[in-house]
Design a protein around this ligand. Structure first.
Ligand SMILES: Nc1ncnc2c1ncn2[C@@H]1O[C@H](COP(=O)(O)OP(=O)(O)OP(=O)(O)O)[C@@H](O)[C@H]1O
Ligand SMILES: [Mg+2]
Length: 231
């Protein structure tokens, strides 16, 4: 279980997280939702180690990750796909994937076949440059690369943003498969409500730097949507 306790974070002296508490149990898919600018990405960066906490702790199972640098957290099992797909446009698909293998070694190499099975389009396009892939294909590549690091928790920041519906479905199917295998839990920041309703187990909603509602996805009702999600 990944546990965030009382996270507070400030940028330039102004507080953007105000005591965030959140749990990602084993074998679950959590959707973290909220309007623009409420602190969703900052919450993910707190887990990955990309922002400095004012207070709070991040633990993964028995490991206290608080204060560890990002590479150490990755080795402990945090896999991260940032907002806007962060792939190398001038490298081929294969080279993009091999970077994970270089960094994470034999364990990543073992995962390659399985990951290409999850995203067959990548197998077909191994020799193409990352930069010529469509946005949805780049997103699949970014997820594939994160999976090669053998994460215990896969963290995704708005994977459906700007992506066409048929590829959103492919990504949703892949995430469901990963979750069902039972080895990786998933924390997803997502503003696309129907995507959350179709693949999520639990939701958290943030507003102005704090979690204002959470529960099983079936409890995500119109009133909550109107109050905290619609513009
Ligand atoms: N590096 C930074 N320096 C200063 N302020 C920042 C920085 N990054 C984010 N912020 C501010 O912190 C607040 C939370 O930003 P964050 O990116 O976490 O929100 P978000 O919920 O992910 O938004 P979005 O839905 O637009 O991605 C916003 O007001 C944002 O302008
Ligand atoms: Mg964001």
């Amino acid at each position: 279980m990944l546990t965030l306790s009382n996270l507070t974070v400030s940028y330039d002296g102004s507080r953007v997280l105000r005591g965030v508490n959140l749990k990602v149990p084993e074998k679950s898919l959590i959707c973290l939702m909220g309007r623009n600018g409420v602190g969703k990405t900052t919450t993910l960066k707190s887990i990955v180690g990309l922002v400095k906490l004012d207070t709070g702790t991040v633990t993964l199972g028995d490991d206290n990750l608080t204060g560890l640098p990002p590479d150490a957290r990755a080795r402990k099992g945090i896999g991260y796909v940032p907002q806007g797909r962060d792939i190398f446009p001038h490298l081929t698909v294969q080279e993009n994937l091999k970077i994970s293998v270089v960094v994470h070694g034999a364990k990543a190499a073992e995962q390659m076949d399985r990951v290409l099975e999850l995203f067959p389009i990548l197998k077909e396009f191994l020799q193409r440059k990352g930069g010529v892939l469509s946005g949805g294909q780049q997103q699949q590549l970014a997820i594939a690369r994160a999976l090669l690091t053998n994460p215990r928790v896969l963290i995704l920041d708005e994977p459906t943003e700007g992506i066409q519906p048929n590829i959103i479905d492919l990504i949703g199917d892949a995430l469901m498969k990963i979750k069902k295998e039972g080895k990786i839990s998933i924390l997803l920041v997502e503003q696309y409500l129907d995507f959350c309703l179709s693949i999520g187990d639990f939701f958290y909603i943030m507003d102005r730097g704090a979690v204002v509602a959470n529960g099983p996805i079936s409890d995500l009702n119109n009133d909550l949507v109107r109050r905290h999600l619609t513009v």
